[in-house]
Design a protein around this ligand. Structure first.
Ligand SMILES: *Cc1c(COP(=O)(O)O)cnc(C)c1O
Length: 364
């Protein structure tokens, strides 16, 4: 049967209002792509796979949590939702709200959101409120205003978000036919690392999901989690909030993660590790992912690859011969500025046969 989204596939395994009418854009079921050339770039003999979450309907993993959050909100009879966002949450909330016939308000930090994220959010008809403040300030404001009850909060402090996002863990196990040894992901507000750990710790499914999964390993075998923050926005690595987070990886430009305690618990229970990567390291990984494997993710997503390489290079983790999944959280197309700035750019070529031949020979 054709894919009909996460609630259709996994609804029974999630804590949701029974009988609620799913609001879905057929999210999920994203590719898990083997990445042998990127594995060589990283080194250390790992077996690497990329969970390409940029293939979700609005281009990021946020759609997994938004189908559930908006479904729940609609079932409660809400007319409007609100979120703070570094861009992807707003695009996702706006799309699912449009589908549900609800009004969507988003608060974004002025000048710190990639162009394509704002464009999508506006296209879906959301009210975009741009504030002179960080994501953390925006999140505090929307948390407070949602207490009035007029608008429902759909940031990842909303438990329905985590319910939906945990499905990525289940998909990876189905696609890989096993639980990976390591799961590597970027960490911003820490909703995603919380959700993955919940998914990996949940009860096994009752019906086997694939031939490779006849003995569902979910909940018995668990991966180790590797989290990466940007060096200028690394509260979990430093052990204290960062007042003025700075990084060009804007989706993880967060100084005080809402799910701080859950992230620390997940890291420690999994025997995992968290580290900070410099923007240079994140952007080097960003280019490497696209050039070695033909997979275009956004800079923040590449933190999962940058952190993995750095942790292996420094001997902070060991993973030779082991299976590693890097979560590529968002699609590169939404951030055209980063892509053009970190490439050689266009090659001006005269419109003649000879000039074309010269350009080709010079650039072979
Ligand atoms: C939201 C987001 C993150 C960070 O996820 P958290 O759940 O906030 O830790 C990372 N990458 C991208 C592309 C995102 O949109």
């Amino acid at each position: 049967m054709a894919w009909q989204g996460l609630i259709h596939k996994y609804g029974e395994r999630m804590k949701l209002t029974p009988g609620a009418n799913p609001v879905t854009l057929h999210e999920g079921n994203t590719p898990l792509i083997p990445a042998p050339d990127l594995a060589k770039w990283i080194g250390h003999g790992i077996d690497l796979h990329l969970k390409y979450e940029g293939m979700n309907p609005t281009g990021s993993f946020k759609d997994r949590g938004m189908t559930t959050a908006i479904t729940e909100s609609l079932a409660r009879g809400s007319k409007a939702v609100i979120c703070a966002s570094t861009g992807n949450t707003s695009a996702s909330a706006a799309a699912y709200a449009a589908r549900a016939g609800m009004t969507c308000f988003v608060l974004v930090p002025a000048g710190k959101v990639a162009l394509g994220k704002i464009a999508g959010t506006l296209a879906y008809g959301a009210r975009v409120l741009s504030i002179d403040g960080s994501f953390d300030t925006a999140l505090n404001l929307v948390r407070k205003i949602s207490e009035d009850g007029d608008v429902d909060l759909v940031n990842s402090v909303n438990p329905a978000r985590i319910e939906g996002q945990q499905t990525a863990a289940w998909e990876i196990v189905e696609q890989l036919g096993q639980v990976p040894d390591w799961l590597s992901l970027p960490v911003g507000n820490a909703g995603n690392i919380t959700a993955y750990w919940k998914g990996f710790c949940s009860k096994p499914c009752l019906s086997p999901c694939s031939a490779a999964c006849l003995q569902c390993p979910i909940g018995t075998i668990k991966p180790r989690l590797l989290g990466t923050q940007a060096a200028g926005a690394a509260p979990l690595v430093l052990g204290h909030p960062v007042d003025h987070p700075e990084t060009k990886a804007t989706a993880i430009r967060i100084g005080n993660p809402a799910r701080w305690d859950e992230a620390i618990a997940a890291l420690s229970e999994s025997g995992g590790h968290i580290l900070a990567a410099l923007d240079e390291e994140i952007f080097a990984a960003y280019s490497a992912v696209a050039r070695t494997e033909g997979v275009f993710c956004e800079p923040s997503s590449a933190a999962s690859v940058a952190g993995l390489k750095k942790a292996l290079d420094r001997g902070e983790i060991e993973a030779a011969g082991q299976t590693v999944v890097c979560v590529l959280t968002g699609n590169g197309l939404k951030d055209p500025d980063s892509a053009t700035e970190s490439s050689k750019g266009l090659i001006p070529t005269e419109a003649t046969f000879d000039a074309l031949r010269r350009s080709i020979l010079e650039n072979l």
